[in-house]
Design a binder for this molecule. Structure first.
Ligand SMILES: [Zn+2]
Length: 343
């Protein structure tokens, strides 16, 4: 089916919230990894989210251009084309955009959507994330409100963050962040709601932090506290009523225990980002291929190797398949299997 429009995306998010499941939001950096997501969603009859980070966009544009916005546009166009052939709904999202990348990354993407909307088409991306978590909350929200107004006019949802997701990913490095910043306070959550709900009829998602980290760490290094989300939601609902309850985003889903993932679904998480684990899944079979076929993928001692083995399609197909399987696991972990809304 075509990439969703605003109305369908809202229905997706509402469906997840109501039925306490979440959409896997998988970071992709190429046509291959985007295809792996679509295949996984289709096989498990669930809708899903495909997302591109600034680093992913840079990579996709080629190592010479390194143009994050251009690469993101390229991947999005690919998804718009091929998604039509799958019998599920998919939304396109862009991941972490810190304040300093709003101009070079978000603005060109919003501009692209504006052109499309003017021409009677859907926006290029269905949602964008603005990550102003490094700013004081007031400045973060000032910028978020400005962007939310802009996005809302085009039928785009905005994701924001307050607090800090630990760890390191794609140039977002918070490994040295103070411990208390890793947990969003109920007061901050109330403030975020107050500021963003001032934009009339605009939809937003919120990445509150509860000790979650980017990347995978050995057991014991990460102290997830899903109850942080509950306390924050309770505070918001107590002040503004049940309708105010956030649509929450779980960053750093890789390496999390199933029980913790499931607990967050009770508190309004409707989107969980997965990158590290799908990166590993992509690479794993590739390593296998190279080590098992060493004298075929290489031209050893004057030999000519085996074209069938070093043709990149041979091993990238295996990567695609393996990544698809990891995405399917995320779908199941998030209770999203069989939840597609259909047309
Ligand atoms: Zn993140």
């Amino acid at each position: 089916m075509p990439v969703v429009d605003y109305k369908k995306y809202c229905q997706m998010l509402d469906n997840a919230k109501k039925n306490k499941f979440a959409y896997p939001a998988i970071n992709v950096t190429s046509e291959i990894s985007a295809n792996a997501c679509l295949e996984a969603f289709a096989e498990l009859k669930c809708d899903g989210i495909i997302q591109v980070s600034t680093g992913g966009g840079e990579f996709a544009s080629g190592t010479m251009l390194k143009d994050a916005a251009l690469g993101a546009i390229s991947i999005a166009n690919h998804v718009h084309l091929v998604a039509e052939k799958y019998d599920i709904n998919v939304a396109l999202h862009t991941d972490h955009c810190p304040a300093k990348k709003v101009e070079p990354f978000l603005m060109p993407l919003i501009e692209e959507s504006r052109k499309r909307v003017k021409a009677g088409l859907k926006p290029l991306f269905n949602s964008h994330m603005f990550d102003g978590s490094e700013l004081p909350l007031k400045d973060n929200m000032d910028k978020a409100v400005e962007l939310l107004k802009m996005c809302n006019e085009l039928g785009i949802i905005l994701e924001v963050e307050a607090g800090v997701v630990g760890g390191e990913e794609d140039g977002v490095n918070n490994e040295g962040a103070p411990k208390e910043k890793l947990y969003t306070t109920p007061e901050d959550m109330v403030e975020v709601h107050k500021r963003l709900s001032s934009v009339k009829d605009a939809r937003f998602m919120f990445a509150a932090t509860f000790g979650n980290v980017h990347g995978v760490y050995k057991p014991g290094n990460v102290k997830l506290r899903p109850d942080i989300l509950k306390h924050g939601q309770d505070a918001v609902v107590a002040k503004y009523g049940p309708e105010a309850s956030f649509y929450l985003v779980f960053h750093g889903g890789s390496g999390s225990a199933l029980s913790e993932i499931r607990e967050t679904l009770e508190y309004g998480v409707i989107k969980m980002n997965v990158d590290t684990d799908t990166q590993y899944a992509f690479t794993r079979p590739l390593v296998d291929h190279m080590l098992k076929n060493y004298d075929g993928v290489l031209k050893v001692e004057g030999e000519v190797g085996n074209k069938k083995l070093y043709d990149p399609r041979t091993y990238l197909k295996k990567s695609e398949e393996s990544m698809k399987e990891r995405v399917k696991q995320a779908v199941k972990d998030l209770r999203a299997e069989g939840t597609t809304l259909g047309r």
